[in-house]
Design a protein around this ligand. Structure first.
Ligand code: ADP
Ligand code: MG
Length: 729
């Protein structure tokens, strides 16, 4: 008998002979090829007439539309650049609400009216395309008779060349909208939120420095992932179909010894990382850090931070590259939040801050007390924003995969709170409790801040349990799932900060109008905010049960599952939030909510069906075969009068029978619940049934199967085991 599990294991045995071709010929100096596949600033200067180049720059800076003539000229330059690189096609590259990227390729080749073949790329093709978007989730924004969706060029993110197989394609970052211009993607709301933040933050910056005329949000993501050999991956239908193992008993040795974290990187993985980094660097993605993560076979990659829109595009591009590069290294990249039970899952920490055109990081405290009121302003306003809009932030990271991770022992809970570290806590307390808010008090607070040793600031990172932590010069949002598009939570961050800063400016101006001195007015407002937002700040262990109780007392919500967490999107809080900020109008928000619920239900349905199939067609046949053997063995012993010595066989058989009936029961109940979900009254109810009725049965089935895994003859077990998936190097 040839089980695919053993064939796969044999394939892995021979992997080590494979030459690491990908590593040959990589120049050692990154600078010599960094960004070579990007139509970046330098290429624009080279390929565009100066006046066109300046128009593009000005348009990106101001957000004004480019004229058609200018677009035509950009298209000419871009095509020349792309053709010299060997591109034959161009594609509008966009980020639909599936969370992945999408692209529709068109050839430069076209035919003139008199039948001649020419290569052409016009301004209109650059600016707008009409992919057949009818199969992308629209949440009802596009009815079938009006299924058209449009992709529109985003000049603020540079075009790039994608090399895949033998083909080279010019990729143009675009937004994806309906005929009526409504957002159908992650990028458009993100761009709108960045615009809001800019407009709201500049007037606040001008309290401190009139030279500031642009504020940009910055993002540095940290991407966690697992790697498993491609052959082993293919022998696990659950990984293939759902991205996670629906079954599988944690190996006796997993991460207890903590010997993987920052350990030496296995050769094959190292080759993959080098290969991936090279591809990233060619595309201008400034990845810099790589290391092992806590769980076996888990790794992390992180770049130098960038302007938020470009950083989001780069993360999306990275996830795509990982898959391609993995394939040629015979490794499968798992981006799922919880591919394996019993060990850590994967997150995507989003380090977020704001920078000015004058080169200042607004969340960086300095040694100069005169400058620290600005830092304090942005710092306290961030806390206040999270305090007010925590539920919306929670909704932005809600999805099926993340449900397995949030609140598990290694990941932040579903309760949003802010960690600021001991030093900043003390300082805020002092300000909040100070009696006076005169010039004297301002000076004292700022002096105090200036005296904080760097070390204390850096130590803020020690609490790894918080979902939202101040890490010295930025906030780190740790609850984002590894497979998610960063744009979702980043749109919410920018929006809440934008709205909050508008309110701040108005609160301060009111006091100034009444004759209060500016710095004192600022401090008075901040003091008020610190007092109001106290409930959201938590310095303790977020993993503990005490925190759950404490959070409840403080009135903080704990939405443990996706359907619950998404509910806020249908409420006034979120409707006002997005519409006031002009980030999503009512119909866009409604559509977004519907799509998220739809994706959730679809994912759970696929999991339930996959589980049923694997259990029925793979697990049960193996179990029954072994069951028969045990029964025959006992029968044979009995025939010769020795069944009194068959305790081991009998006990094992009993355990098998017990778990088999648990599986049978679980499958029946799951099936029934699944049918109920199918006939639910609306998508919200369907999500609820899948979440609270189907999922528990999946867990029950898993428990029984995982128990069987420890007793069934290893030679019969059809699924690649955890130790094989995770510990082979
Ligand atoms: P770690 O969190 O692992 O200790 P760092 O603090 O150096 O490492 O940085 C983590 C991430 O934070 C990196 O991706 C980095 O680019 C990002 N980062 C640093 N400064 C900023 C900033 N001002 N804005 C956004 N991200 C930043
Ligand atoms: Mg970090």
């Amino acid at each position: 008998m040839s089980l695919s599990r053993f064939n796969a294991l044999q394939t892995v045995e021979h992997r080590y002979d494979a030459p690491l071709e990908a590593l040959e010929g990589i120049p050692t100096s990154i600078a010599s090829y960094f960004g070579e596949n990007v139509f970046d600033d330098a290429s624009m200067q080279q390929y565009l007439p100066e006046i066109v180049y300046l128009s593009v720059k000005a348009s990106v800076q101001s957000g004004q539309k480019l004229s058609r003539e200018t677009a035509d000229e950009v298209a000419v330059g871009m095509k020349k650049w792309a053709e010299e690189k060997g591109c034959t096609h161009f594609a509008h590259w966009f980020q639909p609400l599936t969370g992945k990227t999408a692209e529709k390729h068109d050839s430069f080749f076209t035919m003139t009216h008199d039948g001649r073949v020419i290569e052409e790329f016009t301004g209109s093709a650059l600016v707008q395309q009409e992919p057949d978007g009818s199969s992308f989730p629209s949440g009802g924004l596009r009815s079938t008779f009006e299924a058209r969706g449009y992709t529109i060029w985003d000049p603020s993110s540079p075009a790039f060349m994608m090399e895949a197989a033998d083909g080279k394609t010019l990729c143009i970052p675009t937004i994806f909208v309906t005929y009526g211009g409504q957002a159908q993607d992650y990028k458009l709301p993100l761009l709108r939120s960045q615009n809001l933040l800019d407009k709201a933050a500049v007037p606040v910056c001008q309290y401190f420095d009139p030279a500031v005329d642009k504020v940009t949000a910055t993002l540095g993501w940290e991407q966690e992932y697992f790697l498993v050999d491609e052959a082993l991956f293919n022998a696990r239908p659950d990984l293939v179909m759902t991205g996670r193992t629906l079954l599988g008993r944690p190996a006796a040795k997993h991460q207890q010894l903590e010997d993987h974290y920052f350990g030496s990187i296995p050769e094959r993985v190292y080759a993959f990382m080098r290969d991936l980094e090279t591809e990233c660097h060619k595309l201008g993605i400034p990845v810099r850090t790589r290391h092992n993560e806590v769980a076996p076979a888990q790794y992390e990659v992180a770049p130098i931070f960038e302007e938020i829109n470009v950083a989001v595009d780069h993360n999306q591009l990275l996830m795509d590259l990982m898959e391609r590069v993995g394939r040629r290294n015979k490794l499968s990249v798992l981006l799922h939040e919880k591919p394996f039970a019993g060990i850590n899952g994967s997150g995507k920490h989003n380090n977020w801050s704001m920078g000015t055109n004058t080169g200042v990081n607004l969340l960086s405290p300095g040694k100069d007390p005169g400058k620290n009121l600005r830092f304090l302003t942005f710092f306290v306003n961030t806390i206040m924003a999270v305090y007010k809009y925590a539920d919306i932030l929670r909704a932005s990271i809600a999805h099926a995969g993340n449900d397995h991770r949030l609140g598990a022992n290694e990941a932040p809970p579903a309760i949003i709170s802010v960690f600021i570290g001991e030093a900043m806590s003390k300082l805020l307390n002092q300000i909040a409790n100070g009696k006076k808010t005169d010039g004297q008090a301002v000076k004292r607070a700022l002096d105090l801040l200036a005296k904080l040793p760097n070390l204390e600031m850096d130590n803020t990172d020690r609490n790894r349990t918080s979902p939202f932590a101040f890490t010295g010069n930025k906030f780190e949002i740790r609850a984002v799932g590894s497979s998610q598009n960063c744009a979702g939570p980043m749109t919410v961050m920018n929006t809440m900060m934008g709205l909050q800063l508008q309110e701040f400016r108005s609160d301060v101006d009111k006091l100034i109008a009444k004759g209060t001195e500016q710095n004192e007015a600022i401090l008075m407002v901040l003091k008020n905010y610190i007092r109001k937002s106290k409930a959201i700040v938590f310095e303790g262990n977020n993993y503990s049960d005490e925190w759950k109780e404490e959070a409840e007392k403080r009135g903080l919500n704990n939405f443990a599952t996706t359907p619950e967490a998404l509910d806020v999107l249908g409420k006034k809080l979120a409707q006002d939030f997005f519409s006031k900020a002009k980030v999503m109008d009512a119909s866009e928000l409604e559509a977004y909510h519907a799509v998220q619920l739809h994706i959730y239900c679809t994912k759970l349905s696929i999991e339930a069906k996959a589980l049923e199939e694997i259990v029925n067609s793979m697990v049960m046949p193996a179990v029954l075969r072994y069951q028969t053997e045990l029964a025959q063995n006992i029968g044979a012993l009995k025939a010769i009068g020795l069944d009194g010595d068959a305790d081991f066989q009998k006990d094992t058989l009993k355990a098998v029978l017990k778990n088999v009936s648990a599986i049978k029961e679980g499958l029946a109940k799951m099936h029934k619940a699944f049918e109920k979900a199918h006939h639910a009254d609306g998508i919200r109810e369907e999500a609820d049934i899948l979440c609270h009725k189907v999922r528990p049965q999946m867990d029950a089935i898993r428990e029984a199967v995982d128990e069987l895994e420890t007793v069934i003859d290893d030679q019969y077990w059809p699924l690649v085991k955890y130790r094989e998936l995770l510990l082979l190097r």
